[in-house]
Design a protein around this ligand. Structure first.
Ligand code: S3P
Length: 174
């Protein structure tokens, strides 16, 4: 098993980054960090309050600041990013410079939208289907820059996806 690999999970809202990260950290018996959760804990505000109360640029600055904090921590091996984190060039450089392997969880817009609509998490950038689809389409070429791509089929569970990542990236069969 590869013992020193750290990964960052990226992909559109609703693809299941946090759930896959949770399964992976359980399978590997390692720590994980969720960037949105870190932002909410450090800023003492919900993501939705930050975005609705300011500009999206303000949020991106806060996100980058917290990404730096996250990367400075050494005790996690799985980092789940927010859906927009990887789209910012500075964030991509930071993640690469820290040696993380990036994983794009790729799926269709309809699958993400289904999960968004059925999730309790409030997503200020996905309140409107048309706007969310536009964002989805615009981001594909940037998500594509990730080191690994895993296709998430609507019928596959986050457990299945985590297991596939474990086998292919961590060379581990559990
Ligand atoms: C965002 C995705 C969200 C959160 C914020 C902005 C985005 O995270 O970071 O609402 O720009 O796609 P999830 O992808 O976990 O929903």
């Amino acid at each position: 098993m590869e013992h020193d690999i750290k990964i960052a999970l990226t992909g559109f809202m609703g693809v299941g980054k946090s759930s896959v990260a949770r399964h992976l950290s359980m399978m590997l018996g390692c720590e994980r960090l969720d960037l949105d959760a870190l932002i909410e804990a450090c800023e003492q505000k919900k993501i939705v309050e930050i975005i609705d109360g300011g500009t999206i640029e303000d949020f991106r600055e806060i996100e980058t600041r917290n990404l730096k904090k996250a990367l400075a921590e050494s005790n996690f091996r799985i980092l789940s990013l927010g859906g927009g984190t990887w789209t910012i060039p500075e964030n991509r450089s930071l993640i690469k410079d820290h040696g993380l392997v990036t994983v794009w969880l790729e799926t269709t817009f309809d699958h993400c939208w289904f999960n968004i609509v059925n999730s309790k998490k409030e997503r200020p950038l996905a309140r409107n289907k048309r706007a969310a689809r536009k964002l989805f389409n615009e981001r594909q070429e940037v998500y594509c820059l990730a080191d690994w791509h895993f296709i998430v089929k609507p019928e596959s569970t986050s457990y299945d996806v985590a297991k596939q990542i474990l086998e292919e990236i961590f060379s581990c069969n559990k």
